[in-house]
Write a protein that binds this ligand. Sequence first.
Ligand code: NAG
Ligand code: NAG
Length: 294
Amino acid sequence: MKFVQAVFVVLFVAGYVASVEVEPHPDAATIDGDKLGQRQQILGTDRRNSSFSTNRLATNGYVAFDGEFPHHAEFYRHGSANGLFYGSLITPNYVLTSASGVVALSMVEEGGMVSLGSEGVFDAYETINFTADGVTVHPFYQHSSVLYDIATVRLNHAATINHHVQPIRLPSLSDGRNYELMEATTFAVAYDSSTYRRVVRYVRNKVMTNADCNLEHPTVAFDVQHICTDSFIGGAFCHRNSGAALTIEDERGRVQIGITRWMNDCDLNYPNLHVRVSTFRDFISMNSDYIFSF
Ligand SMILES: *[C@@H]1O[C@H](CO)[C@@H](O)[C@H](O)[C@H]1NC(C)=O
Ligand SMILES: *[C@@H]1O[C@H](CO)[C@@H](O)[C@H](O)[C@H]1NC(C)=O
């Protein structure tokens, strides 16, 4: 325990020194050798490899209760029974999601289906189709980039709002928080092989500063348009959850602050990358019927 604390202190201090040298926009897919070397020099070893017997922090999240994520939206291709990525219902007519999902799965050309509503044990309350022209990808998004990874999807008809299906609030225009040190929740659907059922699970991770994340992650550069969370506190996921809402709770209830781009696999506790929703209020206003409050 003492060792872990010491590593945290070293990391904390070094974060401010090293963050100055981190490039703002390197391609996520390329390994930054200098950065990796720098980090290993500081840490001596890779504390984020959860396969190490001393690291017992990787978890599979927690099972959600009935109606916990009523904004949950899951994307399917036409004729497919497998959900592919997630989104969040922001109004009865629109779902917010990641550009990478709708582009990679050809939904910008073919449209698709969105299922809404979730319980601890997954069950869709409504499935609504959308057409290709209902999909709007951010104009600056480039395939496989982690930048501008945001899209809106207009449903063919409005969702019926009930206990299980409800839009999520987005950060108001006056919300200037960076959310650092707040606890943020994201979720994914997991397959439970013992019961043969799909289960919504969630993890809660602390929001880190981008400077600290840039120091800790060997391959990804966190930009101001990202939010980064610490899976070393709260645990990693063992299943993909691209496009899911990253939410916090404040005095007015739950608010979506991020769109999860990816969580790391079980065996790594690197920081997680989410798109910062407040950066894209203009894009969302122009490409949906969401109205931001003050
Ligand atoms: C994590 O550590 C294990 C055991 O030492 C090793 O086999 C594995 O390759 C490491 N994983 C990564 C991603 O470095
Ligand atoms: C939605 O799409 C599915 C699969 O392509 C199709 O079977 C169904 O008829 C569509 N529903 C509506 C209401 O258009």
